[in-house]
Design a protein around this ligand. Sequence first.
Ligand code: ASP
Ligand code: MG
Length: 409
Amino acid sequence: MALVVQKYGGTSVADAERIRAVADHVARTRRGGEDVVVVVSAMGKTTDGLIRLAEDVSAVQPGRELDMLLTAGERISMALVCMALAELGVAAASFTGSQAGIITDEVHTKAKILEVRGDRLREALARGVVPVVAGFQGVSAARDVTTLGRGGSDTTAVALAAALAADRCEIYTDVTGVFTADPRIVPRARRLPRVSFEEMLEISATGGRVLILRSVEFARNHHVPLEVRSSFTWEPGTWVLEEDPTMEQATVSAVTSDTSEVKLTITGVPDRPGIAASLFRALADASVNVDMIVQNTSHDGTTDISFTVPRTERSVAVGIAEGLSPKIDAAAVLVDDGVAQVSVVGAGMKTNPGVTATMFEALAAAQINIQMISTSPIRISCVVDAGSADDAVRILHQAFGLEGAAPRA
Ligand code: ASP
Ligand code: MG
């Protein structure tokens, strides 16, 4: 029998009615002859609410305790989904991340999955019981409850699909798939019927909000086909699959933007071996996720190093940069909070020259200044002023001819 992992995000289980709709869909999938493992997020904005509560209670939130608090959200969903399934006559049992055997490292609030045991899920499946697993959580070797970082339920779902050798992993959300751009910014964005793992990685890494990056990495590494679908319309969504060598790749598939990062610049950095290494080692040791890095060649023995980090890691990064700057004889540390990254992604870029020129020309025509540039074989990203980000997305979406025939309703 085929096995499918179905993950339901926060909006898909936001209230009693949504939970019953999810249970109904699970029941229908079972009747269609497939085995199902369900992974749930916390209801609606529960996780945000719990974080606010913690902040109201205390300025100090030890990671272990924050994780204990946040994992409660997914527990509520999993129990309620099981109850809704019981009413439909479907045998189901809920499992916390720990009970499901999701073993992580000990980095609280952003733990990485080290191993998925999944024995209890296999036993449940063998008994004809639908396992409903709390997403976003695991247990460390020290036997403490951990969370996988915001949006981590996607990762739980894909990791389980890989460990249980599921035939596919369906990610249910409040949008109907992956779009050529965020439809809230570009109303005429189109849903992509399929994207490759490589493209999806770039889309997730550059601000596409549909799938969390780690889950796409997992899916690619373990060859788990993903389908992103809506739990409101249940229509076919976007498949995320291995690149199809027989199909011609779109030069540009999607335009993304990301305002979640800040830019740091260390000026007057002596141009000698080991300086960048000491800076980025210190940032890495503090688990700061550095994204874009630009260093100029020096003319007078010193150079500027600019890099971007998640806004949530701003204070740690600034602390490290300011601490290091006198030691390396740098001039100053500058922080820019008003930046955004806009990116174009497409597998066909590899074989089609001129994408960079088109991108720069389109931005230039709109008087949008480019502050930093980075590229991969299938992506070009520019850091621009945050106030221009939405315009930049609209302009690039048009410049690369991505519009649909008519505005989406
Ligand atoms: N509930 C968690 C969050 O809001 C995990 C998830 O939804 O994937 O980030
Ligand atoms: Mg999510």
